[in-house]
Ligand binder design. Structure first.
Ligand SMILES: [Zn+2]
Length: 73
């Protein structure tokens, strides 16, 4: 599995403890760029799609740190 060294370290999953190493990407209709999201093998996923892989990892880490229990920014 390819891991981009420029990305921040991905936090282990809060549900199963595994460390996701891949990002899911989609290209919604009408969009010029892919969107990124970290998804764990157990199905736990970041709550939103991000514009960059970097942002996707940040959002996942924030979520695993308990951010999802607070208001979304
Ligand atoms: Zn998991």
């Amino acid at each position: 599995m390819h891991q981009n060294s420029s990305l921040p370290e991905i936090h282990p999953c809060g549900s199963c403890g595994a460390k996701p190493e891949s990002l899911e990407t989609i290209r919604p209709e009408g969009r010029l760029h892919d969107l990124y999201r970290v998804v764990c093998v157990c199905g736990q996923a970041a709550p939103k799609w991000s514009l960059t892989d970097f942002a996707a990892v940040r959002l996942w880490n924030w979520t695993m740190a308990g951010g999802a229990e607070k208001e979304m920014p």
